[in-house]
Design a protein around this ligand. Structure first.
Ligand SMILES: NC(=O)C1=CN([C@@H]2O[C@H](COP(=O)(O)OP(=O)(O)OC[C@H]3O[C@@H](n4cnc5c(N)ncnc54)[C@H](OP(=O)(O)O)[C@@H]3O)[C@@H](O)[C@H]2O)C=CC1
Ligand SMILES: Nc1nc2c(c(=O)[nH]1)N=C([C@H](O)[C@@H](O)CO)CN2
Length: 241
């Protein structure tokens, strides 16, 4: 099914949830510009499926502006922007190492979504009566942090707050919403007992998957009367903690 809609731009599409969202948007006939940092087989598969690709780091203003320029080089118009790129590791114990990590977390979770949204607003201005969309992928931890991941949580909370500011600023032509994933997938360093505890705290008793996030993205984008929403997709984990 081909679409006459302008492309959707998603960051962090090189693996896992971002790759899944990009793949599903393409499968649903929507044009996609997929950002990635590290080349993977999934990036190759996205290109084969018709995605336009943008490679780059979102570590600082120069890198973010380079990604923006690359997006503008692909298209003058966008129908949506999905801020998915993210870093996730425990906060380092050493304060100096933590400070360096803080700059990285702030850049990818806050500066990049802020600058990309601001610089791409002209491309997002709708043609016709269908509003464009910005979706920020945050975390249930943004509302109820874990100290072990304090910097991650704080910058995700900042991203969530940016979503509300942009919803106020960019309406009515652009809807802006946030999705808060819960235990969608586990990292290699999640030990079995941690995984069991997390799932025991989850009302639905099981992990989610990237498809649950995709369906939430579509639910927000396809509803013309939702903006400024913060949507948990967590199996009820936030209530069980
Ligand atoms: N998985 C889960 O259970 C949960 C996920 N989330 C959120 O959902 C989203 C997707 O999660 P998931 O797929 O697991 O995330 P991953 O950590 O698997 O992937 C994150 C992506 O972001 C990219 N990225 C990170 N830092 C930068 C940077 N500085 N510049 C450019 N790209 C960067 C990574 O690139 P590279 O491949 O080069 O490292 C990677 O492709 C994230 O926002 C995450 O915080 C929230 C709660 C739970
Ligand atoms: N960028 C990422 N953010 C998060 C990840 C991840 O793998 N990459 N994973 C989680 C955890 O799995 C957590 O949800 C388990 O409860 C959180 N954020």
């Amino acid at each position: 099914m081909s679409s006459d809609r302008a492309p959707l731009f998603i960051t962090g599409a090189g693996r896992n949830v971002g790759a899944h969202i990009a793949r599903r948007l393409l499968a649903d006939g929507l044009p996609v510009i997929a950002h990635y940092r590290t080349a993977t087989d999934e990036v190759d598969a996205l290109a084969a499926a018709g995605a336009m690709l943008v490679r780059g780091s979102l570590d600082d203003e120069a890198g973010i502006r380079a990604v923006t320029d690359a997006v503008n080089g692909h298209t003058p118009r966008l129908s949506g922007l999905i801020h998915n790129a993210s870093r996730f590791e425990p906060t380092p114990d050493d304060p100096g190492t933590a400070a360096a990590a803080f700059a990285d977390y702030w850049a990818v979770h806050m500066l990049a979504p802020y600058l990309l949204t601001t610089l791409l607003t002209p491309a997002l201005e709708p043609v016709g009566d269908r509003a464009s969309d910005v979706v920020m992928i945050t975390d249930i931890y943004a509302d109820d942090p874990t100290p072990k991941h304090d910097i991650y949580c704080a910058t995700k909370a900042g991203l969530q707050n940016l979503a509300l500011s942009f919803a106020k600023r960019l309406g009515p032509g652009i809807k802006v919403n946030a999705i808060q994933p819960g235990p969608i997938s586990f990292t290699d360093w999640h030990q079995p007992e941690a995984r069991q505890r997390i799932l025991a705290d989850t009302l639905l008793g099981r992990a989610g998957n990237p498809e649950a996030i995709y369906r939430a993205v579509r639910g927000l984008m396809d509803n013309d009367y939702i903006t400024g929403a913060i949507l948990p997709v967590d199996g009820g984990r936030r209530l069980g903690r």
